[in-house]
Design a binder for this molecule. Sequence first.
Ligand SMILES: O=C(O)CCC(=O)C(=O)O
Ligand SMILES: [Fe+2]
Length: 195
Amino acid sequence: MIDLLPIPALLTPQQCVHWCDALDDATAAPAAVLDPAYGGRVAPQIRRVARLQPPAALQSQAMQLLGALQPQLQAYFGQALGRCEPAQFLRYEVGDFFVAHQDGNTPLLRDASLSRRVSLVLLLNDASLTAQEGCYGGGELVFHPHYSSAAAPSRHTPAAGSLLAFRAETTHEVLPVTHGRRYSIAGWFHAAEPA
Ligand SMILES: O=C(O)CCC(=O)C(=O)O
Ligand SMILES: [Fe+2]
């Protein structure tokens, strides 16, 4: 079974609209794969999405919001958690996606992602089947069970302002966006430093 913790209504609909508006003025650059210290590079066949440079106030608000979840996440995932990595503000345009991947805690990859323990994805706008102002189509967040499990992948389109937390080693992907723009924030809690 996939260990998924949904946290609804972390942001109000008004905050979501305000954050998306602020992000439309932000500098955007193609998001990289892998840790920059280990040759982080843009690989659009793997991850095609713009990483936005939010205003400093928004970045720190997001970090406060995510940081406050630490006790709840520690209790749910049964892991001692340390720092939360700077959140990535992401915008998926039509055709953008992120192939199935794990965010960290995968022992064969010995970069900074090794100590990631819990991944967080916060959606800033809603999905809709038809094109609607401010909404996107496609872009489902899909979780894949362990290969030894017969369970089917699960697809999620969290409501604007709500978050999904999962173990960093869980395989997940973002399906291509089919209309509109999808805004999300990704963050990661690392293992607590040994005392
Ligand atoms: O944007 C999302 O929903 C998830 C992004 C993601 O999986 C990642 O950045 O590692
Ligand atoms: Fe991810």
